[in-house]
Design a protein around this ligand. Structure first.
Ligand code: FAD
Length: 722
């Protein structure tokens, strides 16, 4: 398995493997450690390896000595460099090179790029400071801290909206090396006093693009730091023992690790999306999102890595502090280059809140024509025939098996999503994922009886799993059934059953062998909610609405023909249902959010100036998070199209969706102030209350973190009480 999180395609995986291999051979981490004493922060061996292997010229045009690749490839290299703490000015130099390559006139590109590509010139990019270009074509100003400036022969400096390209040895240039917290690379202040710059070295309007380049590539490096620190923490948690157990069995440790994984995944998705962009203007918003995550995550993961190592993590000899130093320093420079959170909000305000465009392979076209035809036909029909047409054509649930769906693979699903955008297709919520389970695990007779009426909107199903004594521990059900002639007699109680009062059928977990181990004695049964002995009592949720119910079974007869799956093997079917539920919720179905990003921005903009100034950064965090949820799904799809294994995004999206909804409505409540608690914002207030359910229903966030830690990170399971 590749060590790179950013790489999905075969080419990127090969590139990443080559870079990791070369950095290991160059003993990058040891070189980084040596910088704590008297080792160079610009080791010649590492720099010449980067040049010889073509990394310095990777994203420079071929006619100027590079390989003509893009930010995506450079991001893969930078991730590996962050992961392996690679010392030296690679990041600032390639940032400077990309800005010149993308924004400078041909004559300047021809003059400067060959040196940057072959590594004989080191560049640095200054995106913070107060530089200005005077009418006499001179640049004046200062930047307090520029990465790699003491090593650079060429300074690329953002001055207002423009960028100036300056020789470090020119008259009026002073670079002062600073004592950096991160010893693995140089940092210097840059002062320019009336430095003359010829017109072809002023890149008009390029400052925003320069910031975008820095954000994308610095975020990619932060991705590497975030995964390296997570991996170190998890490896240690698997072997360190305390209290007679490995510390990875403790839930506090698991949850730290799960939080680190979620942050790393989010930052990876955002950096991957930003680096896919072909044009730097289009990547501006994606880069702001990536930078806002990267600033936070690299620090969070580096700090938690130290925490999970205990005392040894605090030692000078351990590498953990090298990562923290690197992360903290890069985060400070990224923040000083313009607050990306403010840009995230601005991107929403100005309608630029979109990821980089997603290019589908040519095979997609065969599906597009069919989907377009279907949409055209649908639009020509009266509205009351729409649902039947969607069912008959398989477009209601394209990913379901035939004959109900189209057995659509990822590519066809993506095309359908695009072509059907704006067409109303019913979200069946719980009824949908319960029926999908029947379609997957039921008999032919059951499929025939139950699936189609659901699709046509004639019948609803509920999920009868939770009981007073079986919530998170869903296999601990006590509702039991006795075998009788031709079927079973069911007695017991379910609780929190959503919409049971509106449903004709329910899928229930029932104990059929009280002597078998917990997971082994459960059978799945379809229960007719109108059968004698079934009582449904509505329960009011905290919103005031009776959304869920308690359901009692008193000697209810269930015919053998309504048992779904094998007797005593119902846990397998239950797990499939819970899996379908998670994917549906993580993909946005059954959510309680009821309050969208645009609503938040409107609320922010209608607040008084002072309030806006106070809350705008938090709004940026929430908006970046919500945006990234979509990117996680996009990465899952891209991975599937590239034929790779599914990644951990599914679990991560369930957790994030739930918590992001709560953070969004919490912030909105704060912004709305007393209006939100005095009946003046009914939609928001309901959404705020309703969203409390999201971290409970469909598996609580604590259980999801346990699952992430155990199933994805491989930490040991909780030892069970005997
Ligand atoms: C709005 C809503 C709709 C619902 N709809 C349905 C439905 O249609 N059908 C259905 O079957 N169920 C439904 N549920 C029930 C839901 O699945 C359960 O509430 C959920 O699984 C938690 O179970 P519990 O309520 O018994 O809480 P408990 O399991 O008792 O948990 C209480 C607290 O302890 C924590 N906890 C428990 N075990 C662990 C552990 N091992 N590690 C760490 N923390 C732990 C939990 O995270 C939680 O914070 C719904 C719930 C809600 C709120």
């Amino acid at each position: 398995m590749s060590k790179s999180a950013l790489a999905i395609t075969e080419e990127h995986i090969d590139l990443a493997d080559a870079v990791f291999g070369a950095l290991n051979r160059a003993d990058s981490r040891a070189a980084a450690r040596a910088t704590l004493e008297d080792g160079s922060a610009h080791p010649a061996a590492i720099w010449s390896a980067a040049a010889d292997l073509g990394w310095t010229g990777l994203a420079i045009a071929e006619e100027h000595g590079g390989s003509g690749f893009g930010l995506g490839e450079l991001a893969v290299v930078l991730e590996a460099q962050g992961h392996e703490l690679c010392p030296g000015p690679f990041l600032p130099s390639v940032c400077a090179a990309v800005v010149i390559d993308r924004c400078a006139p041909d004559s300047l590109r021809a003059e400067l790029l060959p040196g940057l590509a072959d590594g004989s010139t080191v560049g640095a990019l200054a995106v913070s400071g107060n530089f200005t270009i005077g009418s006499d074509s001179t640049v004046t100003g200062e930047s307090p801290a520029v990465l790699g400036a003491p090593d650079a022969g060429l300074l690329v400096v953002a001055a207002g909206d423009d960028v100036a390209v300056i020789d470090a040895t020119a008259d009026g240039v002073t670079v002062t090396a600073l004592d950096s917290m991160d010893t693995t690379r140089s940092l210097g202040s840059v002062a320019l006093r009336s430095v003359a710059v010829p017109e072809d070295r002023v890149l008009r309007g390029a400052a925003r693009k320069a910031r975008t380049v820095f954000r994308v590539l610095a975020a990619a490096e932060a991705v590497g730091v975030s995964w390296a620190t997570l991996e170190m923490a998890v490896e240690y948690a698997k072997v360190r023992e305390q209290f007679g157990r490995t510390i990875g069995t403790f839930q506090a440790v698991k949850h730290h690790a799960a939080n680190m994984l979620v942050n790393a995944e989010v930052t990876t998705a955002a950096a991957w999306d930003a680096a896919r962009a072909d044009d730097l203007d289009g990547a501006w918003f994606a880069a702001a999102v990536a930078a806002s995550h990267a600033i936070r995550t690299q620090i969070f993961n580096s700090q938690n890595n130290i925490q999970l190592h205990g005392g040894i993590g605090f030692t000078w000899e351990h590498d953990a502090h090298l990562y923290l130093r690197r992360a903290r320093t890069l985060a400070a420079l990224m923040a000083e280059a313009g607050d990306p959170l403010l840009d995230v909000v601005e991107g929403h305000r100005s309608g630029q809140a979109r990821g980089a465009s997603f290019t589908l392979p040519p095979e997609a076209e065969q599906f597009r024509e069919q989907a377009r035809e279907a949409v055209a036909k649908l639009r020509s029909m009266p509205a009351d025939q729409h649902r039947d047409y969607l069912v008959d054509s398989g477009y209601l649930v394209p990913h379901w098996p035939k004959p109900w769906g189209r057995a659509a693979e990822v590519l066809e699903q993506l095309v359908i999503e695009e072509e059907f955008s704006g067409v109303e297709r019913a979200d069946m919520g719980i009824t949908g994922w319960v029926t999908l389970t029947i379609a997957q695990a039921g008999t032919d007779d059951q499929r025939e009886r139950w699936v189609e009426p659901v699709l046509r909107g004639e019948v609803m199903w509920c999920q009868l799993f939770s009981e007073p004594g079986a919530g998170s521990d869903a296999a601990a059900v006590r509702t039991s059934a006795k075998k009788v002639d031709g079927g079973w007699r069911v007695t017991g109680q379910k609780v929190w059953t959503s919409l049971a009062h509106m449903c004709q059928w329910g899928l229930a977990t029932v104990r059929t062998d009280p002597d078998a181990p917990k997971h082994a004695g459960v059978t799945m049964m379809a229960i007719d909610m109108n059968a004698p002995g079934v009582t449904v009592n509505p329960l009011r949720g905290l919103t005031g609405h009776a959304h869920f119910n308690e359901v009692f079974f008193d000697d209810v007869f269930v015919p053998d023909a309504d048992v779904v799956g094998d007797v005593n093997k119902g846990w397998l079917v239950a797990r499939a249902t819970l899996g379908n539920e998670r994917i549906s919720i993580g993909g946005g179905s059954g959510g309680a959010t009821g309050f969208a990003a645009d609503d938040l921005v409107k609320l922010l903009d209608s607040a008084p100036q002072e309030t806006q100034a106070y809350y705008v950064r938090r709004a940026g965090e929430v908006l970046a998070e919500t945006h990234t949820l979509r990117l996680l799904n996009l990465r899952r799809i891209t991975r599937a199209i590239a034929g790779s294994e599914p990644g951990p995004e599914g679990n991560v999206t369930k957790l994030l969706l739930a918590e992001a909804g709560q953070r969004m409505t919490e912030l909105a409540m704060e912004l709305a102030g007393s209006a939100a608690v005095t009946g003046q914002t009914p939609t928001l207030t309901q959404a705020y209350l309703g969203n409390r359910a999201m971290t409970i229903a469909g598996g609580t966030s604590e259980i999801t973190r346990n699952t992430i830690a155990e199933r994805i990170l491989g930490l040991p399971r909780d030892p069970l009480l005997k």
